[in-house]
Design a protein around this ligand. Structure first.
Ligand SMILES: [Zn+2]
Length: 180
């Protein structure tokens, strides 16, 4: 398999990962643009739970004002998001609890974290620095390992593999591709 096709696969995987795993990151990117710099300075999107966005505000007055205008805000945000939000909740409760320090927003790269075991599920997708096909595969294997915890391992590359692939080829689909 050529480096180009590896990169193509990684590109697709990354898009999927961004859409599936990073709705908050996507939202954070367009938040200031949608709400404006003034509001952005007094708000901090915290999390998205069941399509409801939770936002910390600097004061109860901001929470009240923004709650009042949230329908319009939802329309604007949903134009930019792949998965539409159903509602937004504003609260002063978590203000100053920066999301980067909370457990859900791990900013340390999983591979650099001292307790990294290779199978922890990261909420933050790490863009690989793809230098060659081996690095690319290594990254891909780690990502897949994190997501497909519990699957049987490919006897050739030790990556978790859907049982159907092992039944059909005896190895994972990547190893089959490498043999071609
Ligand atoms: Zn394999």
């Amino acid at each position: 398999m050529s480096l180009k096709s590896v990169n193509d696969i990684l590109g697709v995987l990354e898009k999927q990962a961004q859409w599936q795993e990073q709705p908050l990151q996507r939202l954070l990117k367009c938040w200031a643009e949608v709400v404006g710099t003034v509001v952005a300075a007094h708000t901090q999107p915290l999390s998205i739970q069941r399509d409801v966005l939770w936002v910390a505000t600097s004061s109860a007055a901001w929470a009240q004002n923004l709650t009042f205008g949230r329908s319009q805000l939802l329309l604007k945000l949903n134009e930019k998001l792949p998965t539409p939000l159903l509602d937004i909740r504003f609260s002063t409760a978590s203000w100053q609890h920066s999301p980067v320090t909370s457990k859900q927003q791990e900013t340390v790269l999983p591979s650099e974290h001292p307790s990294y075991l290779g199978d922890q599920v990261s909420h933050r997708h790490v863009t690989p620095d793809v230098k060659d096909a081996n690095t690319a595969f290594e990254h891909w294997a780690k990502t897949m390992q994190a997501r497909s915890h519990g699957l049987p391992l490919c006897p050739q590359c030790q990556s978790p593999t859907p049982p159907g692939e092992l039944q059909r080829w005896g190895v994972c689909s990547l190893c089959v591709a490498k043999q071609l």
